[in-house]
Every structure is written in structure tokens, then in C-alpha cells.
Design a binder for this molecule. Structure first.
Ligand code: NAD
Ligand code: TYD
Length: 351
């Protein structure tokens, strides 16, 4: 039995389980644990049933198509559930700059609907999955859980708001909420609008790799299954009312990632194209994960270079997965967005 009184018979609700990290969590969790799992996902552009292929036939797994902002769908999915792991969100910074409304709705209102339902259903643990982006740019040193929140994009501001809302439900109602804040993930099944899958798939298509600004922005990269293992540790043993940072082991500049991908695929450096910067672009994220390491015994296990090489190989051998996405509805959106970046001046501030 873990802190928060979870048992191995308890049904676990995973929101956003058809997305990139949620589907990794469902796969990893179901491989390791015996608990029944309900996945609740509204299948936005980022949700994909193909991501859940490995678990769809399992009798212990149920998929519910529903919106976390819809109280009756949430009530239905939460029946008989002992714990919630909440991944569902709008997640792409560039989209939040174009239109913040859906980010406020899903990330803030949707989280509120889930928290209210979790109270009604008396759940024993509520893990709210968040991001290092809530700390804002960290020019030196590392973010710790007690650090100030200084989000700079509508995406990270909506995540910070939902983190605080979740923690307030612990303080006010005693709901056993735990918040995790993880750094940039990479791995299979990541929607090809994020840096790594976009650059790998563009390189495979001999298309330009759009590097924002000078490309010297730094992120702390973590392999997605390492993140999923950390969330599993927090689900069982994380202390209610606490925040846990989850970091990778590698701070890397975007240009280093770009060169690694081009080299691995044997593609020319001429595919690199510096384009208009992202407004409000955070210069660096860096995480101090010592709390989860000391308290819960978790640490990132994957070697960055090996995991990135395996990820590149996954996108090379699973081209059907991303080509279907890139040739569908997403294509028009992205072509328009990319043309805007190419045409843009060097405007855009750095934090
Ligand atoms: P993703 O965009 O790949 O997937 C999001 C999933 O949520 C999709 O399946 C989508 O259909 C679903 N969803 C969106 N709105 C919904 C709604 N209203 N109702 C039900 N389902 C809905 O995202 P991801 O990269 O897997 O991120 C998952 C979580 O992890 C997010 O909360 C994100 O903030 C957090 N996070 C992501 C990263 C990263 O590097 N990607 C890092 C740290 C934290
Ligand atoms: P992204 O994958 O969007 O994650 P986040 O903004 O949440 O960190 O971007 C990672 C970094 O890569 C970030 O510094 C922005 C940069 N980037 C590019 O240079 N070009 C691109 O086309 C994208 C999508 C991102």
C-alpha cells in the first residue's frame, strides 16, 4: 500500500491517455501493475487511438471518449475510480500564442471539473501532471519546487493556474493532490509539431528544419518512459499537497539536437533554416530533481544520446504513423504557420 491508500485492485483514471505522454504512461503502467485503467480522452488533434494500440485489447483497459470540461462525461469516467492521473491538456506553446482561449478552457476549467469530480468520488490520489515551463526562463542554476512561478507563454500560464488550483483543493478540501513538473519529453508517438519529432520527420522528408532565432535556447530533455516511471512513483508514494520536479539528465541547445538528428539520418546541414523567433521565448529551462530522487528513489535512467538515437530510428521505421498526421488536417495549419515564420522579421523577445 502506498501513501494515499492506493491498492493494486483500485481502478485508475488516466486523462489524456491517447496523447504522447499519457499513452506512454498507460503502456508502462499496465505492463508493470495489475490495476484496471480507464483512459478518458476527447481525441483532439493531438489524441490518437493508434498511440494506445498496445493496450486496447486488454480486458483491464477501458477507453472513454469524453471532454474533461464536461462534468457528466467526467462523472461517468470516474465511477468506481480510486486514483486519477491527469495528463489531458492543450500543450503546444506556438498554438497558445495564436489562440489562448482553448488553453484556458482545457487546462484551467477542465482541471477544475476533474478536481470537483474527484472530491465527489472520494478519490485517494490525484496526480496533476505539469511542466517546468511554469518556472519561466532559468538563466542560471536550477528550478526547485519552492521557486517562484514566472510563466511567459499562455500555455505555461494556463498550466501554472491549474497547478495552483489543484494545490488549493488539497489545502481547502483535503483532496490528496500531488503536482509533478517535468522537463521537455521526447520519444515515440510525439505529435510532429514539437521540436524533436518535427525535425526528424522533416529531415526524413528532406524539408527545412525551422530553427527559431539563434537556436541557442536550452531545454532539459527527458525520455518519455522515464517521465512515466516518475509519475508511477508519485502516484503510489508521493505526499499529498507536495510538488515534485522531474528532470532529465541533459541540458541541450536546440542547435545541438538539430545537428544530432541531421547526422544520424545522414542529411545535409543545409536543411537547417533559421526562422523568426517565438515571441516570449524562454532562453533556458533547467530542473533540480533532487527531491523526487531522495524521497521516492526515482532518477532518469535513459542515456540521452542512446534514447534520442532510438527515437530517431522509431520515426524512421514508423513513417505511416506521422505521415498520416502530416498529410491530414494538420497540414494546412502547419503550412500556414511555417510560411508566417519564414516571412516574419526577427521580432520576438527573449526571456
Ligand atoms: P499531447 O498534446 O500529446 O496530448 C494531450 C492529450 O490530451 C491528447 O490525447 C488530447 O486528445 C487530450 N485532450 C486535450 N484536451 C482534452 C479535453 N478537453 N478532454 C479530454 N482530453 C483532452 O500532450 P503531452 O505532450 O502528452 O502532454 C501531456 C501532459 O504532460 C500535459 O499536461 C502537459 O502539460 C504535460 N507535460 C508535457 C511535457 C512535454 O514535453 N510534452 C513536459 C512536461 C509536462
Ligand atoms: P517545443 O518542442 O515546442 O517545446 P517547448 O516550447 O515546450 O520547450 O520547443 C522546444 C524548443 O525548440 C524551444 O526552444 C522552441 C524550439 N523550436 C524550434 O526552434 N523550432 C520549431 O519548429 C519548434 C517546434 C521548436
Amino acid at each position: 500500500m502506498g501513501r494515499g491508500y492506493l491498492t493494486k485492485e483500485m481502478k485508475i483514471l488516466v486523462t489524456g491517455g491517447a496523447g504522447f505522454i499519457g499513452s506512454s504512461f498507460v503502456r508502462c503502467f499496465m505492463e508493470k501493475r495489475q490495476n484496471p485503467v480507464v483512459t478518458l480522452d476527447s481525441l483532439t488533434y493531438a489524441g490518437n487511438m493508434a498511440n494506445l494500440e498496445a493496450v486496447l485489447g486488454l480486458p483491464r483497459h477501458t477507453f472513454v471518449k469524453g471532454d474533461i470540461c464536461d462534468p457528466s462525461a467526467v462523472d461517468f469516467a470516474m465511477k468506481g475510480v480510486g486514483a486519477v492521473v491527469h495528463f489531458a491538456a492543450e500543450t503546444h506553446v506556438d498554438r497558445s500564442i495564436d489562440d489562448s482561449g482553448i488553453f484556458l478552457r482545457t487546462n484551467v476549467v477542465g482541471t477544475g471539473v476533474l478536481l470537483d469530480a474527484a472530491r465527489r468520488h472520494n478519490v485517494k490520489k490525484f496526480v496533476h501532471v505539469s511542466t517546468d515551463e511554469v518556472y519561466g526562463a532559468v538563466l542560471e542554476g536550477y528550478s526547485t519546487e519552492g521557486g517562484h512561478l514566472h510563466p511567459n507563454s499562455p500555455y505555461s500560464a494556463s498550466k501554472a493556474a491549474s497547478d495552483l488550483l489543484a494545490l488549493s483543493y488539497h489545502a481547502t478540501y483535503g483532496l490528496p493532490v500531488v503536482v509533478t513538473r517535468c522537463s521537455n519529453n521526447f520519444g515515440p508517438y510525439q505529435f510532429p509539431e514539437k521540436l524533436i519529432p518535427l525535425f526528424i520527420s522533416n529531415a526524413l522528408e528532406d524539408k527545412p528544419l525551422p530553427v527559431y532565432g539563434d537556436g541557442l535556447y536550452v531545454r532539459d530533455w527527458i525520455y518519455v518512459d522515464d517521465h512515466s516511471r516518475a509519475v508511477d512513483r508519485v502516484l503510489w508514494d508521493g505526499r499529498a499537497g507536495e510538488v515534485y520536479n522531474i528532470g532529465g539528465t541533459k541540458d541541450k541547445a536546440n542547435l545541438e539536437i538539430t545537428d544530432f538528428i541531421l547526422n544520424k539520418l545522414g542529411k545535409p546541414a543545409s536543411l537547417k533554416k533559421h526562422v523568426q523567433d517565438r515571441p516570449g521565448h524562454d532562453r533556458r529551462y533547467a530542473m533540480d530533481s533532487s527531491k523526487i530522487e531522495k524521497e521516492l528513489g526515482w532518477r532518469a535512467e535513459c542515456n540521452f544520446e542512446e534514447a534520442l538515437a532510438q527515437t530517431i530510428e522509431w520515426y524512421r521505421s514508423n513513417q505511416g504513423w506521422w505521415r498520416t498526421i502530416k498529410s491530414g488536417e494538420y497540414r494546412n495549419y502547419y503550412e500556414k504557420f511555417f510560411a508566417g515564420r519564414l516571412a516574419g522579421s526577427s521580432a520576438g523577445s527573449v526571456n
